[in-house]
Design a protein around this ligand. Structure first.
Ligand code: SF4
Length: 262
């Protein structure tokens, strides 16, 4: 593990601890009970509990429509095709990703996919030429991803995402449930292996992102994505720097830390 990954993992654990401390005791106790009661559930039963029972009408999915997105969205769609799916449209995605988003939406029958744009004023002030990524990727991710997601999640008490421990780095100890301030992050595929993902694609005949066959194993914005190298699936993300995460998973937002209960 690189020094940067160690630092990220430490920062993530600190943020997680901080988020847990900022959550109301009742919400924390409820999450721990939920974690215990679902610890043996398979992914389908786990998602059914989260979507239909625990957070009914108050839960969304966040998807990049990237290389592995189909496996999570397929599992979610089996429970509820009408669940809100949030796609952060940074304006910097590959055209293939936008086409894949349409294809996968149709294939799975998803009825509420929301493309969330960055705030126009922020772009005008800070990145009118779409070049901020060249010298400040953290700020670019902040205005194009972190802030828009924070806005899009207003009104939700939980959100589902597709991170997995096998991605390594700060994700290596990812739990299935975690607090982010007073909001719950649901990570149903946290324990899935690369083989699990491949099997799901084959068994369910899920469409692939067209760039996967060109060795893109993790796909984000075009300026910050390259083909993967070796076993590290995320090695092509921000490959010319130490950055490994966009920021939406690194810390609780001030809004959610302010106190809605889960
Ligand atoms: S991934 Fe790159 S282009 Fe996309 S928001 Fe982050 S820095 Fe900007």
């Amino acid at each position: 593990m690189s020094t940067n990954d160690q630092a990220l993992r430490l920062a993530d654990e600190i943020a997680r601890d901080q988020a847990a401390q900022e959550a109301p005791d009742s919400a924390r106790a409820r999450l721990e009970a939920l974690d215990r009661s679902t610890s043996r559930a398979n992914v389908q039963d786990f998602l059914h509990t989260m979507i239909v029972k625990e957070f009914a009408g108050r839960i969304a999915v966040v998807s990049s429509f990237g290389a592995e997105a189909a496996v999570l969205l397929h599992q979610v769609a089996k429970v509820d095709t009408a669940i809100p799916v949030i796609f952060l449209d940074t304006g910097m995605h590959f055209p293939q990703t936008l086409q894949y988003k349409e294809e996968l939406t149709r294939f799975l029958g998803l009825t509420d996919v929301r493309s969330i744009l960055p705030e126009a004023g922020s772009l005008a002030r800070e990145d009118s030429g779409n070049t901020l990524w060249q010298w400040d990727t953290d700020r670019c991710c902040h205005i194009r991803k972190v802030v828009p997601l924070d806005q899009a999640l207003k009104g939700f008490d939980a959100w589902i995402n597709g991170r997995k421990q096998m991605h390594g780095g700060a994700r290596a100890r990812l739990p299935r449930l975690e607090m982010n301030g007073a909001v719950v992050k649901v990570n149903p595929l946290a324990h899935w292996t690369r083989e699990d993902v491949e099997t799901a694609f084959k068994v369910h005949n899920l469409p692939r992102h067209p760039m996967v066959e060109q060795d893109y194993s993790s796909i984000g914005c075009w300026p910050c994505t390259a083909p993967s190298k070796g076993a590290d699936l995320r090695s092509g993300r921000w490959s010319n720097s130490d950055k490994t995460e966009c920021g939406i998973h690194m810390s609780p937002s001030p809004r959610v830390a302010a106190g809605r209960t889960a």
